[in-house]
Ligand binder design. Structure first.
Ligand code: NIG
Ligand code: FE
Length: 419
């Protein structure tokens, strides 16, 4: 079997090159590097050349001769898409709550009445490893079919040490078994369990003293995330949890300012978070602080769409210098979708982003949001050969023909995994 692959003569190869050290910000988010009639050559799972067919043939005649060829004429080639915020591992669905919300109940009302995150927690606690593994694997298969080759996955539906570890162990096993790369986040502070709701500080102590050390000892996560929101975790509690995680080398992330302005964006800057996510209600000061401290803003327009809320102000964030990434927030309550392409459509149509910006936001900037930009996120020599081919004649069509799966072929680590 050939260990090299030659993607030939695409209408456009969109490389995202030049942003490996720092995410793209402001005008740079609009400046795509495009090779018209471009080709990509990969060997042993790594990209070794990007350019025109003639250039590559000239420089690597032997590799090209032995390579498996993929004709991409009339199609576009991008880095494999990256989803930097998912609640991949969970059990159960919440379509009944969806119907309740359509009749006027709010997301927070449902959660405080014992539904919402608590309902999914109950289902996830009851589910065994194998059930969680199989349902999450199926979600990964769908992500892959939609062009995604790396996802972040959070815990947070266990809410006890045992069940948080179970969720993270499922993600760890899937990372070994599935072609998609999974980067894990511990999110023990996703909600205060109903039985402990009168003693929130005690639960915070449990997250810090019991859960974090176990997660770190077993090497089950890279990031530590908190749902900082009125009625969930206060900025003070969030700070304690995130600072404690840092002692174990876990990098902070925050679900920030989703339902109301609550200082989440500011806190992200203060604790040195790699990203602040949601940000529908982030203050202008918060945005400025994020920009100054290189906190990536991970925007999740699927959540605003599905909760029928006002969208995050992506335009203002980008114009204020925040590096923006986009994600599905895939979860059963606030964003039950696995289509990052639809999220790109929403980025353009509902958050004032340009087609260029949404591509940056789902590739190299998404890679920065999960600290893996050295390996993935762009088509550059030395990076992993994670490549998505879309059956559209130019990149504008990706966000123009919306709500559809445009994927033609997906290559992961230099192997064809979807065709
Ligand atoms: O990112 N906001 C908090 N957590 C998830 C939703 C979880 C759920 O509703 O199950 C989110 O939107
Ligand atoms: Fe989330």
């Amino acid at each position: 079997m050939s260990n090299s692959i030659f993607v030939k003569n695409a209408a456009q190869v969109i490389t995202m090159q030049g942003h490996t050290d720092k995410p793209a910000k402001k005008e740079a988010m609009q400046q795509l590097s495009i090779v018209e009639n471009g080709s990509v050559l990969a060997q042993d799972g790594e990209i070794i050349a990007v350019g025109t067919e003639a250039e590559i043939k000239n420089n690597y005649p032997d590799v090209v001769r032995n390579a498996k060829e993929i004709h991409a004429t009339g199609k576009i080639v991008t880095p494999g898409l990256i989803d930097p915020h998912t609640h991949l591992v969970h059990a159960g669905t919440r379509e009944i709550e969806y119907a309740m919300r359509l009749k006027g109940k709010t997301y927070m009302d449902i959660m405080h009445a014992g539904g919402g995150i608590h309902a999914t927690t109950e289902a996830t606690q009851k589910a065994g490893f194998e059930q969680l593994y199989q349902t999450s694997k199926k979600r990964l298969d769908t992500f892959l079919l939609h062009g995604v080759t790396t996802v972040e996955a959070k815990s947070g539906y266990g809410l006890t040490t045992e069940h948080e570890l179970k969720q993270l162990e499922v993600a760890q096993q899937l990372n070994k078994d599935h072609v998609i790369d999974i980067v894990s986040t511990f999110m023990g502070a996703h909600a205060i369990p109903i039985a402990e709701k009168d003693q929130p500080e005690k639960f915070v102590d449990k997250v810090i003293d019991e859960m974090l050390p176990e997660v770190a000892k077993r090497n089950l996560a890279v990031f530590n995330d908190v749902f900082c929101e009125r009625g969930v975790f206060t900025p003070e509690q969030s700070k304690r949890i995130l600072e404690a995680g840092k002692q174990y080398g876990l990098i902070p992330k925050i679900h920030a300012d989703e339902i109301e302005p609550y200082g989440g964006a500011e806190l992200a800057a203060e604790v040195g978070a790699i990203s602040a996510d949601h940000l529908l209600k982030a203050s202008e000061i918060g945005m400025t602080k994020m920009a100054e401290n290189d906190v990536v803003g991970v925007l999740l327009p699927g959540t605003a769409f599905f909760l029928m809320a006002a969208f995050a102000d992506a335009r203002k964030m980008i114009d204020n210098g925040v590096a923006v990434a986009l994600s599905t927030d895939a979860n059963p309550g606030s964003s039950p979708t696995l289509s990052l392409q639809f999220i790109m459509n929403l980025g353009c149509l509902k958050m004032g982003m340009t087609p260029e910006e949404v591509l940056m936001a789902t590739t190299i900037n998404a890679a920065h949001a999960i600290n893996c930009a050295k390996e993935v996120g762009s088509l550059e020599v030395g990076k992993k050969a994670d490549i998505t081919i879309f059956d559209v004649p130019n990149y504008l069509t990706l966000s123009y023909q919306y709500g559809m799966n445009h994927v033609d072929t997906v290559i992961k680590n230099g192997e064809i995994v979807v065709e």
